[in-house]
Ligand binder design. Sequence first.
Ligand SMILES: C[S@@+](CC[C@H](N)C(=O)[O-])C[C@H]1O[C@@H](n2cnc3c(N)ncnc32)[C@H](O)[C@@H]1O
Length: 406
Amino acid sequence: MHKTTARGRMKYAVISGQRFADLAEKELGQMLNGIEFEKKIQRNGTSLFLITAAKTEGDVCEKVMRKTAFVDFMMQIDFTLKGKGCSYENLQDKIACVLAGKNKESATFKIETKRFDPVFEENAKSIEVKLGTGLERKGFVADLAKSDIIVYLVFIADSIIAGHAIASLRSNYALDKFRGINSSEQNKVNRAEFKLEEAVEFFGIDLKKVNAALDIGAAPGGWTHYLTDSGVKVVAIDNAFLDYRKLCANKENKTLVITDRNNTQETKKAIEKFGVKNQVAIKSFDDKSAELSEYGLIHIKSNFPVRNFDMKKKLGTFDMLTIDANTQAVESSNIANDFAGLLKSGAVLILTIKFGTRNFERHIETAKKALKGKYGSIRIKKLPHNRREATLFAVRKNGDADTVDE
Ligand SMILES: C[S@@+](CC[C@H](N)C(=O)[O-])C[C@H]1O[C@@H](n2cnc3c(N)ncnc32)[C@H](O)[C@@H]1O
């Protein structure tokens, strides 16, 4: 059913962020044989490429999305409708052909749409519902939660470009990741929380295996919240306050804030304001008697490096290190290296590479170079909620004789 060109080549639609389009183009060129760029359309910060490439075995789209840093989405094109041809009737018939072509009458489907242009006035949800209902009338079974096949529709100018994929191969890649986000935002500390959620999903991190994590540059606490909600014990470092109210909600374990002796009164007031004084204890850095193991969350209220921090030895070791500090790539990497001694071998690192300038590749190379001594399996992805930044994943190498810096 997929659209094949005269020379047996395949047609694809690829989406990337507009500011990263050149890099996405470069990555596609490196991964696809005989690639030809037919069209590039830019709208509202997003780039859509229409390309052809030599036919390959397997799900090349999944491979490209997994292995590249800057390709957000890629699909093989089944058909394109234009102008008057874009009627619901036509669209339904064409999708029915795609689904029937899968030869699985019992297969369930869902439709995902992305509108690049407001030419079609209906919103994406209503288009999906109308088409889904129509297709159900034809005997196909829609199932949003457990679909076997995802049909993708890209609305651009007066055209609709359609593709599909086997859902089990695509769980990590939605055509429009931002759809439905607003409704799930209420319980989050902030939108940054989605960044870590996306990283965990994309890099395949099993949080059930993460007992303790160190979160640096943690305020106001989105990443910390996501981790503690996933049952992970967290030590968070940031000189700013966290959203203790959200962090303490529905938690059995208590929270501890460790701060400079001069700041304990200010901290006490802030915690009272959050209305959680019974759930949060405060200690100062020089309190040598502090017992740390009983707390689900410890907030070290300081910038890194933490001065006069005698308790460092008491923190134990960690299975995960997350760094979202708004520092340059080299500085964030140095922080990761400084804390490597507290990580178990095989521990996971998630680090945001902030793009201070448009020389994105240089920032990435700087981080990779700085980290390669202590970390391996380094991968980079610009995730949907990354704006002027990308996310780095790495694994703490074992075997080097690191000692914890005192
Ligand atoms: C983008 S925010 C982090 C957002 C956070 N990940 C969340 O989910 O809410 C960056 C934070 O890095 C912190 N920061 C910057 N430099 C730091 C340093 N050297 N040590 C610790 N925190 C730092 C800032 O105080 C700021 O709160």
